[in-house]
Design a protein around this ligand. Sequence first.
Ligand code: PGA
Length: 273
Amino acid sequence: MMLRMRPIIIAANWKMNTGPSDAAELALEIARRTREPEVVRVICPPFVCLAPVAAALAGEGVGIGAQNVHHELAGAFTGEVSAAMLAGLADWVILGHSERRRDAGETDALIGAKLRRAIASGLRPILCVGEQLADRDAGRAEDVVAAQVEGALAGIDTAVLAGSGLVVAYEPVWAIGTGRTARGADAAAMAERIRSTIDAAGHAGIAADVPVLYGGSVTSGSIAEFLAEPTIDGALVGGASLKPDEMAAIVGRAGLTARARRDAGPRDGPSAT
Ligand code: PGA
């Protein structure tokens, strides 16, 4: 048995906002206003902004993520970006965001292929899952999300997964960009279900170590409700992540949680390492 703690992570998903000329300045302002040593910060700008953002954030201790990656390494895939192309530009990648499931028709099987490619390429994956409003209303939200997790992880070796630093972001589709958030208790229950699904998929040694983030209309006003839940380890922030004031407040709140959890001591449990 080993004692361990999950990190607190605040990841910014800038979506299709900012351009090469303004992204670096925004990233640097956010980095400077969110210096919380105990919070893992990640900024995910559009592909074309990765290079200027990476240059601007050199030495700032902020992770940089892509918002997607292709599952093949090279070839006749017009308009796509491979993991190899991200080398030196990004160390994280968002996979399976609901906007890509919706607009690019990404399936769990394809997201699983991207996940395997990301891991093989040394990119730390943030796997997004979440139910539609109709699923929640019908009482099947947890089953839908569990199926998404199972589908994406199918066929992945436990040792590979354990070394991947996998993060799962629970983002109810009805909460994304709507100003409406899940209830903290529902998100916490979903985080438990996500970990029990990882366990049940044969990866019992690692589930307790997988950070689960909440995403969907997170702001400085709503972050506390999610971080109050011990099963939630941070947030994937969209709209509010473009606002330095909001990011400063969100990461500041996350710093309080990180220190409180550190002071409360690590959990006891089997270690993946
Ligand atoms: P939102 O987006 O915070 O604007 O709702 C979150 C996300 O889609 O990751």
